[in-house]
Design a protein around this ligand. Structure first.
Ligand code: NA7
Length: 555
């Protein structure tokens, strides 16, 4: 951030109230909709703090080449306003980062939300004050704001992870992390580039970088399962048709497993002959994207033998695509079930390894030893590089909470409360942290779902609860420890029925050295989750202690 920007932030802040009903952190999908609700439906005073100099959240920061959403565009947006839905037209099947950013800027302008946001301002502390029963929120601009409610819309993947490889800081070339990419872009022309990491960010950026760079070396720790995106320009008639049946589309998405309007196929892989299976997989492969799992077989995620058939089909596609058998062999995912790490959606990823200027280095078997001033040294070779791209992911789901230094009752730090992994009630609240609400927090479907669908559900549920507190003269909303414990068990039980625990993934915190291995999102489906949240609300917010400030618990 420039000092100019900091100055602007401070000046804007000076005219705003320091005592408000709610502080919202973040101005991505979550913060935008939450602030609209607070202003338009609840008539509450609020401040929104956003570290970037514009709206967009994830889509503000992740500007790496090829950055694109894996959800189909027509459902990767807000559904709360019919006119907004009808007037916006997406250009392709999957929206690219600049287009999503443009959409969110449009939303902010259309509903006049920007004036309520303090940009270039990061929340650096949030302490629950037991004397005032309010949150004392501090920012990196030196401001202190007191709020009754603290609502986080900080995303699940916003604290980048740059591994502390020996020699990293002595590298003489340039290095970048995909999650905080320079706004002016990076020119790879004539450069020897190394990309570390083959998750979504690596897999999207590698084919684009390969086209520009003189030479590209990909350092791969875990080979991944991928489905081709089949990105194409969406035919106008298709989108026009969707627009006539948006009610049905959203209704299906909201009650589905993952927040998409796809009707699951009720057929089992193991009930079919290998030839029939192959034909069905081919059809699903031709369609591409996340539909592959939904439209092929219903037992892939539940029965290992069924899962093996999908895994072997995908491996056969990799072998067919990659010309050099040795490279193809290195790219075959074998150490985890299909779908147990985030399924990746690619465009020309495996084809990229047929280029003369691209080399794959397997760092699972010959790990990186150090970053030299001139490149990367692994156990069995040295690679001279001008640029290193860290596509090494994020301290997912909890990292951004810890960065805010949140303290609950008794001055307890959230880091300590969550030392053995995040504990939440419904992924929305934490016992001993009254009036704190987390939009898509750990313990909710969040990253296992189409995010806008989950975000809207959370924002609307929180808004209803705030309205309820007003109607019932309630000041404090706090998760009951027993309800929280029960919800934690529910989250774990659901995860244990799946293959997720069988892979080292960021869902489990396995990508961060020392992070407790706990499966963080709720895997029971957005439809079931919504039902549970609605039941909690209908029962007078069961599982919460609701109190008038300074009085004993009312229910
Ligand atoms: P991911 O999915 O966490 O991928 C990170 C990649 O970086 C993955 O291939 C990791 O290998 C690799 N990695 C991480 N740390 C290291 C170290 N220390 N050394 C070598 N390789 C490493 O992050 P993305 O940004 O690609 O995607 C994040 C999410 O954004 C994505 O899932 C979507 O939801 C959108 P590993 O697999 O851990 O062996």
């Amino acid at each position: 951030m420039t000092s100019g920007a900091a100055g602007e932030a401070t000046m804007a802040a000076a005219t705003k109230p320091t005592e408000v009903d709610a502080v919202v952190v973040g101005a991505g999908f979550s913060g935008l909709y939450m602030s609209k609700k607070l202003r338009d439906d609840l008539g509450m005073s609020y401040r929104v703090f956003e570290a970037g100099d514009d709206v967009g959240g994830t889509w503000y920061w992740n500007r790496y080449p090829g950055a694109r959403c894996d959800s189909e565009a027509y459902v990767y947006c807000f559904s709360f306003d019919e006119d907004l839905l009808q007037e916006w037209t997406w250009s392709g099947k999957y929206p690219e980062q600049p287009e999503i950013l443009k959409y969110l800027q449009h939303v902010a302008d259309r509903f006049d939300l920007k004036s309520g946001i303090d940009f270039n301002t990061r929340v650096t502390s949030a302490r629950y004050n037991e004397e005032t029963d309010r949150w004392d929120v501090g920012t990196d601009q030196g401001e202190q704001v007191s709020a009754k409610f603290l609502i986080t819309g900080i995303g699940c993947l916003s604290t980048g992870q740059v591994p502390n490889i020996p020699g990293r800081d002595d590298f003489q070339g340039d290095w970048y992390h995909t999650g905080s990419w320079p706004h002016e872009g990076v020119d790879f022309t004539g450069k020897r580039v190394g990309v570390i990491g083959t998750g979504s960010s690596g897999v999207q950026s590698i084919p684009v970088i390969a086209e520009q760079a003189e030479h590209l070396t990909v350092f791969q720790r875990t080979p991944q399962f991928m489905i081709p995106a089949r990105h194409h320009t969406v035919d106008e008639h298709y989108l026009d048709d969707i627009k006539t049946r948006y009610d049905e589309v959203w209704d299906t998405a909201r009650h589905s497993i993952a927040g998409y309007p796809y009707k699951p196929m009720d057929r089992k892989a193991l009930d079919h002959t290998p030839e029939e299976r192959r034909e069905i997989y081919e059809e699903a492969w031709a369609e591409g994207g996340f539909r592959f799992s939904g439209t092929s077989f219903s037992d892939i995620g539940l029965d290992k033998r069924a899962n093996d058939t999908a895994a072997e089909f995908i491996r056969s596609k990799i072998r067919e695509t990659v010309e050099d058998p040795e490279t193809a062999e290195k790219l075959l995912p074998r150490d985890h079930p299909f779908g147990s790490k985030r399924t990746l959606i690619d465009t020309n990823y495996f084809e990229t390894y047929n280029r003369d200027n691209v080399e794959l280095v397997d760092i699972r078997h010959a790990p990186i030893e150090e970053i030299m001033p001139t490149g990367i040294k692994t156990e069995d070779g040295e690679y001279e590089l001008d640029i290193i791209v860290f596509a090494t992911g994020f301290d997912a789901m909890t990292g951004s909470f810890f960065r805010m230094n949140i303290e609950g009752r008794g001055g307890e730090k959230l880091q300590d409360t969550w030392a053995d992994g995040p504990k939440t009630y419904l992924g929305l609240s934490v016992a001993d942290y009254p009036n704190l609400f987390m939009i898509t927090g750990p313990g909710s479907p969040s990253v296992l779902s189409n995010m806008p669908v989950s975000i809207e559900q959370h924002v609307e549920w929180i808004s209803d609860l705030l309205e309820y507190t007003r109607e019932h003269d309630i000041d404090l909303v706090e998760a009951d420890p027993e309800a929280q414990e029960a919800w934690g068990a529910e989250v774990n039980d659901n995860a244990d029925k799946t293959f997720y625990p069988y892979a080292d993934s960021w869902y489990l915190g396995a990508n961060i050295p020392g992070k407790p291995r706990v499966f963080m999102p709720y895997v029971g489906g957005v439809g079931n989750y919504r039902k549970k949240c609605d039941e909690v609300a209908a029962a007078g917010y069961e599982g919460y202690k609701l109190e008038k400030a300074g009085t004993p618990a009312a229910s």
